[in-house]
Write a new protein. Sequence first.
Length: 598
Amino acid sequence: MSAAELAPELVHAMAPAAQGVVGDSASPEALRKLSRQLASPKLAVKAQRKALEKLKAALMAIRAGDFALGARRALDALRIDETNGLAWHVLAICREKSGDLGQALLAYEAALKLLPNETDVAHDLGRLAQQMGYLDIAEKLLLKYLAADPGHVEATNNLACVQRDQKRYGDAVETLRALLGVEPESPVLWNTLGTVLSDQGDMTTALTFFEEALRHDPGFAKARYNRANARQPLGDALGALEDLDAALPGAESPYERAMMTMARALQLMALGRIPEGFEAYDVRLDPHLPEAMRVAVDAPRWDGAVGEMAGRRLLILGEQGIADEMLFGTCVGDAIEAVGPEGKVFIAVEPRLVALFQRAFPTAVVGGHRAVKLEGRITRYVPFLEAMEDGEGAVDAWIPMASMLALFRPSIDRFPDRRGYLAADPGRIAHWKAELEKLGPGLKVGLHWKSLVLTGSRARYFSGFERWRPVLETPGAVMVNLQCGDVAEDLAAAETAGVSIWTPPIDLKDDLEDVAALSVALDLVIGPGIAGTNLAAAVGGTAWMVTAPDDWHFLATDKYPFYPHLRYFPRDSFDGWEDAIGRIRAALDDAVKTGNAG
C-alpha cells in the first residue's frame, strides 16, 4: 500500500483536532470498578487465585502510573488463563495509557468478546475506536453502553463526537441538546457542542460555547484548548497561545498532551517564532498521535548540527501528505550542500514525485518510500535503499523532511527568494503548451477546488464548486480542470450553466509528471492549499492560492516564505469564500486585460 493511499492529498497534514471525547479508562472510578470485579469471583482453583494476585498487582501499577509494569502483570495473568476477560481489559487499559493504541484496540476487543455484558468495556473500546477513526464501530459500542445506562453524560457526549466526525452535525446537536436540557451546567456537553460548530467553520459561535464550558469549569483543559483553536483564526493569536499554555498541564492522556503540543507548535510558527516553533513541531512524530509516522530504517535519526553533516550519507525521508513533501522539500538543496562532495544524500518521497525531485537534484539518489498500516499506525520504509547492492544503500542517518526547517531555516531571512525549486520535464511542458494552443485564444487557467479528503473538520477548508462560478465565467479566460477525483457532477453542472471546462486526457491524481508540466505551461493555476496548488508553485508555475484563516505557513510575514512568488488570497473566516473568490475574479479580470497573471 502506498503512502498516497494511506494519506492522500491533504490540505496540509497533522492539523490539531477538536477535543471533545471524554473518559479515562484508568480513572479512580474506573479502577474502583475493576477492583470490585476482582473481589467478586469465587476462586476455587489455585490458578485463578494466582491470576487474581497478578491483576491486583497490575491495578496497583496503574494507580502508580507504571503502565508498562501493569501490562506485564496483566500478561502474567493471561499466561495463567487466556480466557480471563478482566485480564484482557486491564491489559487494554495499560496499552492505551502507554500509547500503544493498536494493541489496546485488540485487547479491548478480546475483553468484550469474553465479557459481552460488561458495558464499561464497550464504553472504553468505543472511545478508543473513535480516537482511531473507526467511527461505525465506535457508534455501535456507545449505543450498546447507552442502552444499559441512558443519559450517561460521558457516553452521550462521546456519541455526539462520533456523529460530528461522521459530519452528521444535526444529529450531534440533537444528541447534545437533549441531555443539556437535563444537565445544563455540564462543561463537557457545552465543549462538544462548540466542537460541532468549529468543525463546520463557525468559530464565532463555537467560541461562545467553549466560553460557556469554561464558565462552568475554568480548569477544563479540553475547552481551553478548543478555545485556542477558535481564537487563532478569529485573529487573536496571542490569546490562543495563552490558552494552549494553560491547557497543557490539564491534558488527561498522552494523546491529548501530544495534540495540544502540536497546536502550540503550529501557533508558534504562525507567530513567526522560529526556530522555536520548528523545533516544537517535532511533536508530529509523537507515537501517541494516531497519524504519527513510524520509520523502519536501519540507521539512527540525525540529531547533529548542520556543520557536522559534511561527508555523511544522509537519508531525507518525506512525510505527511504530498503537499507537505513539496513544501518541506524546499530545504533539500541545503542538505546536499551541507554534506558536500564527499557525502551523499538519499531522498525518499511519494513515488509520484520521484522524477520531479531527481530532475531537480541530480547528485542525489531519489526513490519512493512505501507505507504499511500496522496496528492502526503508518509505518514508512524505504525499499529502494534495501534493493541497492554492495552497501550502496547504507546511510549514516535519516532525517524527517520537516525537521530540516529547524536546521536550515533558523530565521525568516534564510528562506531563499526563488521561483520554485522542482523541475518539470521540458519536453512535456512543450507538449502541453501546444495542446493549450489548440484551445484557442485566452488566458489558460487551471483550477483546483477541493481535497480528496473531506472528513471531519477538513471540510471547512474547501468550498463547494458552485461558489467558483464568478471565476469560471471570467471573459477571456479558458478554464482547465486540474481537479483529481470524481468531479463529473461538478463539470456537468458547469456545462449546463454554459461554462466550458477542458479536462486534459491524463490521470490527474497519479500522472503528476504531466500535471507538473501542465501547471508550468498554463498561464495560471488557482486553488486552495492542496497538493496540486503546491505542485504548481514548487515547479515555478504561476499560482494563486486561497488560504485559510489559520494557515501558519506565512510565519507572521506578508508573503508565503516557502513559495515567495505565490500570490495568495486569504479568507478572513472559514466561511469567507465569497469575498476571496470575488477578489480572485477581479485579479483575473486584470490578468486577462494585461495578458499577465504574474
